[in-house]
Design a protein. Structure first.
Length: 502
């Protein structure tokens, strides 16, 4: 760390204390800078860095909204729409795979884990416990939040995320007699940062092979209780999945699938911010189940999609009440264990339309993303952000249809880099990066763990999904102006200059 003029050390927590005290001044300056960057009054709150945040969903394309409108006043059995989902999935992945729609991607994880990981309820005697293994990634309260954390050092990992009165919150989603074995990723770092000071997973240097070896060691230890593996399904450096095989498949995901086969247990990948057909291919990774939030990157209304091998999908479909009636039918749409997460007719109609576009016109997603990636790099080159180090990584993902701006490596030179905020900051309202996005008039995106995801759909594409360059450029420029202001108020620039002189 840097030192004060009197030679004493400046500690990390003091950097964030400075930012907490400067927050009001930062937001005032950001508002003015955003106007200079081109954010007009009529844009404020109507343009955003992504259409994939739960608080403000992206706009539907003309084709998706037309499909919903056309079917809304028609009598259509939901079971017929379930069949169409299956047909679309099988038309691309083959007859050994199956699909189902569900209310949300979080519901998809809930049902998949309960169907595939938890012990059976029926039968005499006390039940046993099972465990699933998850690498210590980002967003752990999703893919790793359905069991009691093991080892105990991680029992406070989720801190205040989603806490409600009483004993519910994150604890309330835990499934019965299920544990989550959390395994740090080789090459990753987990230092404390943020105003809501907490560990952050910094994953751009994850060693996929070494992590797979560590997971194999843990699987051997927990083998008598092992029920499955879970991970994110993303493919970017900031998520620890930047290492890929020559065909583009995330290497670690492929290795986890091989481990699952070795132990004859399922592997579930949470690919919420991903798209089927165009993104990471479940056949290539070898996973048993992949879940999607179709409203994040696929342009659908709020709806989840589950794709998986037929033998894994069977208990999931039964739990949803769509696998067939008891008297022997090939389809149903009725009451079952998870009737609470039924997607409804309109969500099914919109989700199917989005799947059809992905199958028929993948370029309508890929080309706007490529354009967004190019202009993001252009605007970064015009910014002053490189003064915080050369460790800025700007990459794109055709899985998530997003541009990732990762800056964890700005901390490499032995002195502070650009300030890092935690997911706890987001829930506590103390994430200065995300709050600055709001001050700029932008609907914010993920901006914690030294990682910012930028995608389309929030006032930056037209009714057919084409990029609106002016709005997209203004959005990115305003983001980088806000980051420049945060960096200046943090004092990091002066610390780095002092470190360079000494």
């Amino acid at each position: 760390m840097s030192r004060r003029p009197n030679g004493s050390q400046i500690y990390r927590f003091e950097l964030y204390d400075t930012l907490a005290r400067s927050a009001a001044a930062i937001y005032d300056e950001v508002r003015r800078a955003a106007a200079d960057a081109g954010v007009t009054d009529d844009m404020r709150g109507r343009i955003g860095l992504t259409g994939a945040v739960s608080s403000c969903h992206g706009l539907l394309t003309r084709r998706v909204s037309a499909a919903i409108d056309a079917g809304a006043r028609k009598v259509i059995e939901n079971s017929a729409l379930d069949v169409e989902v299956r047909r679309l999935v099988k038309s691309y992945y083959g007859d050994d795979y199956d699909g189902a729609m569900i209310a949300t991607c979080e519901a998809a994880l809930w049902v998949a884990y309960d169907a595939l990981f938890t012990p059976p309820l029926a039968g005499r005697g006390e039940n046993y416990r099972t465990r699933y293994i998850a690498p210590y990634e980002r967003h752990m309260h999703h893919q790793a939040g359905y069991g009691r954390p093991f080892p105990p050092r991680y029992k406070d990992l989720y801190a205040d995320r989603g806490v409600t009165a009483g004993e519910m919150g994150m604890a309330g989603k835990r499934l019965e007699n299920l544990d989550t074995v959390i395994v740090p990723m080789a090459g990753a770092e987990y230092p404390c940062h943020g105003i809501r000071y907490h560990p952050v997973p910094l994953l751009s240097r994850v060693d996929a092979e070494a992590t797979a070896a560590t997971l194999a060691d843990q699987a051997a230890i927990h083998a008598p209780l092992l029920a499955g593996f879970a991970s994110l399904g993303y493919d970017t450096p900031g998520y620890g999945h930047g290492a890929r095989d020559p065909d583009g498949t995330p290497l670690l995901q492929r290795r986890i699938a091989a481990l699952a086969r070795r132990y004859n247990v399922p592997y579930v990948t949470d690919n919420a911010w991903g798209v089927p057909f165009v993104g990471t291919d479940i056949r290539a990774t070898g996973a048993d189940v992949m879940t999607y939030s179709m409203d994040k990157a696929a342009g659908a209304p709020t709806v989840g999609l589950i794709v998986g091998r037929e033998n894994a999908m069977l208990p999931i479909r039964r739990a949803l009440g769509i696998h067939g009636d008891r008297w022997g039918t090939t389809r149903s749409h009725g009451k079952a264990a998870y009737v609470t997460v039924d997607p409804g007719k309109e969500a099914l109609l919109g989700g199917i339309a989005a799947m059809e576009v992905l199958l028929e016109r993948p370029e309508s997603f890929q080309e706007p993303l490529d354009h967004l990636y190019a202009l993001t790099r252009e605007e970064f080159q015009r910014s002053d952000l490189r003064q915080y180090g050369d460790g800025w990584l700007i990459t794109r993902s055709h899985n998530s249809m997003a541009v990732e701006v990762n800056y964890e490596q700005t901390w490499d030179q032995g002195c502070p880099g650009f300030p890092i905020f935690t997911i706890e900051d987001m829930y506590a309202g103390s994430n200065v990066v995300q709050n600055a996005m709001k001050a700029a008039g932008l609907v914010p995106t993920i901006g914690y763990d030294a990682n910012i995801f930028i995608s389309l759909g929030m006032g930056t594409t037209d009714e057919d999904g084409r990029l609106m360059e002016k709005e997209a450029r203004v959005m990115v420029r305003a983001l980088f102006r806000a980051l420049e202001i945060i960096g200046r108020h943090s004092g990091v620039r002066e610390m780095r200059r002092e470190a360079a002189r000494s």
